[in-house]
Design a protein around this ligand. Sequence first.
Ligand code: THU
Length: 159
Amino acid sequence: MQNKQLNISYQVYQSKDELPAEWKSLLQKAIDATGRAYAPYSNFRVGAAILLDNGEVVCGSNQENAAYPSGLCAERSACYYAGATYPGARMLAIAVAACQDDRLTETPTYPCGACRQALVEYEELGGAPMTVIVGSAGRVEVFASVKDLLPFYFDNLEG
Ligand code: THU
C-alpha cells in the first residue's frame, strides 16, 4: 500500500483588473456572454469565452429548457460551438463568469463535472494545456490546465 498526494497550484488575483491584458479581455467576453444566457428556470446566468489558436474567441452561455435539466451549461455550449465551427483549432484558454439576480457572483464559478470532462478532451485533442480562468465580482483564479480541475478524468481512448 502506498499513500499518494496531489498538489494543485493555481493563481489567485484579487480582481480582474490585476489579470494580464489577454486574460482580462477574455474574462470580459465571458462576463458579456452572461447577458446572452437563457436561464429563466435557475436565474443563474453563466458565460464562457474560449480563445483559439487561430485568434478567434468563441463565446457560450447556459441555455435552459422547460424540460429542465435538458439545457446546456455555458462551458459546453462554448466548446461544442468552437469544435463545430473551427474543427482542429486548439483551445488555448477558457474564461467563465456567472451572474445571479443580474449581479456577478461574489466568488468564482467553476465548471461543473460534465463540462470539465468535455473540456479535458478538447485539451487532449489540442495537445497542450488549456488555461482556465474563473472570475467573479471579486477574486479571479487561474488554473494552468483543465486537468488541474479534473485530475482523474475519464479517458477511454487508450493507445
Ligand atoms: N451552469 C453552467 O452554465 N455552468 C456551470 O459550470 C455550472 C452550471 C448552468 C446550468 C444551469 O443552467 C444553471 O447554471 C444552474 O445550474
